[in-house]
Design a protein around this ligand. Structure first.
Ligand code: NAI
Length: 268
C-alpha cells in the first residue's frame, strides 16, 4: 500500500548493496511513495552487489562515490541536483564498515590504521556528506537527513568491537551538524538506532546469530526488520516529522528500554 508520502520529493540513497540492505528496502519504498532519487555506493560495492537491478526497478540513476572522498561527494551531490531537477529533500546515509571486525581483530588488539579507516567510513563520512550538502546549499528547506546506527553506541556489546565507537561518533555528528543545518537551512538531521538485521554488514559481526535471537527474545515487539526500518525512514523523510531533529531514534521493538524479558529469564 502506498500513501504518496514522498510525492515530488528528491533524494540521494547511499548504501544499497543487495536486496537485504536496509537502503535497498528504503529505495523500493521511497519509489512506491512517489520520490525520485539517485542511488550511490562505493565503486567496489558496485562490482560486488546488484544495484543495477534496483536502479532499473526504481527508475533511478547510479553515481558511484566513496563516501570518504570529498571529491566523489562533491561530484555526486552536484550531479544529483542536476539529474533530479532541483535541490534535495532527503538523504539516507546507510554505510558502515570496520576493518578490525572484518579481519577478526579483537577490541583489545586493534590495528589502528584499520580503526581509523573504520571511523572514516562509518562516522566521518556522514560529516563529509553533510558538509558537502551544506556548502553546495543542496538541501531544500524542511529537508531531512538520516543515518543508521546501533545501540552499541550507548551500551557495550563486546563483539560489536570498534563499530560501537564508530556509532557513538556518528550519533554525535548527527547532533552537532543538526544544530547548524537546523539554524541555517531548516533541515533536520537524525539517526535511527535499528535492531540487529540480517544484512551483509550485520552478519559480519561475530556471533550474529546469537545476538539477533537474544534481541528478539528481549524485545516486547520483536526485532524490527529491514523493511520496517525502511517504513520508519520514510516517515522521517515525509512532511509529518518536520520538527524532529538532532535525535537518536530507537527502532528496536522496545529492546533499549527492557531490563529483562520473561523468555530470557526462563533460559536460566
Ligand atoms: P549492508 O552491508 O547492506 O550496507 C552497508 C553499506 O555500506 C554497503 O552498501 C557498503 O557498500 C557501504 N559502504 C561501505 N563502505 C563504503 C564507502 N567507503 N563509501 C560508500 N559506501 C560504503 O548492511 P546494512 O545492515 O544495510 O547497513 C546499513 C547501515 O545500517 C549501516 O550503517 C549499519 O551499521 C546500520 N545498522 C545495521 C544493523 C544490522 O544489524 N544490520 C543494525 C543497526 C544499524
Amino acid at each position: 500500500m502506498s500513501y504518496n508520502l514522498l510525492k515530488g520529493k528528491r533524494g540521494i540513497i547511499f548504501g544499497a548493496l543487495d536486496e537485504n540492505s536496509i537502503a535497498w528496502k528504503t529505495a523500493e519504498l521511497a519509489h512506491a511513495e512517489g520520490a525520485t532519487f539517485v542511488l550511490t555506493n562505493a565503486p567496489i560495492a558496485m562490482r560486488m552487489g546488484t544495484i543495477n537491478e534496483l536502479a532499473e526497478k526504481t527508475g533511478s540513476q547510479i553515481i558511484p562515490a566513496d563516501a570518504t572522498s570529498l571529491e566523489d561527494l562533491e561530484n555526486l551531490i552536484s550531479q544529483s541536483v542536476e539529474i533530479l531537477g532541483g535541490k534535495l529533500d532527503f538523504v539516507l546515509h546507510s554505510i558502515g564498515m570496520s576493518v578490525n571486525v572484518r579481519k577478526g581483530k579483537a577490541y583489545t588488539n586493534q590495528n589502528y590504521d584499520w580503526t581509523q579507516k573504520g571511523w572514516d567510513v562509518s562516522a566521518v563520512s556522514f560529516h563529509k556528506v553533510m558538509q558537502t550538502l551544506y556548502k553546495q546549499d543542496a538541501m531544500s528547506e524542511w529537508g531531512s537527513i538520516l543515518a543508521l546506527t546501533y545501540m552499541a553506541a550507548q551500551r557495550t556489546f563486546p563483539d560489536y568491537n570498534d563499530m560501537a565507537d564508530n556509532k557513538a561518533y556518528l550519533e554525535s555528528i548527527a547532533r552537532s551538524f543538526g544544530y547548524f543545518f537546523g539554524k541555517d537551512k531548516k533541515v533536520r538531521v537524525n539517526t535511527i538506532s535499528q535492531s540487529p538485521t540480517p544484512t551483509t554488514a550485520g552478519q559480519g559481526v561475530k556471533g550474529f546469530d546469537g545476538f539477533i535471537s537474544y534481541a528478539e527474545k528481549m524485545s516486547p515487539l520483536g526485532n524490527a526488520t529491514a523493511q520496517e526500518c525502511a517504513e520508519y525512514s520514510i516517515t522521517l523523510f515525509s512532511d509529518y516529522t518536520k520538527k524532529v531533529t538532532m535525535q537518536n531514534l530507537f527502532h528496536d521493538g522496545g529492546f533499549s528500554n527492557t531490563g529483562v524479558s520473561q523468555e530470557v529469564i526462563e533460559k536460566f
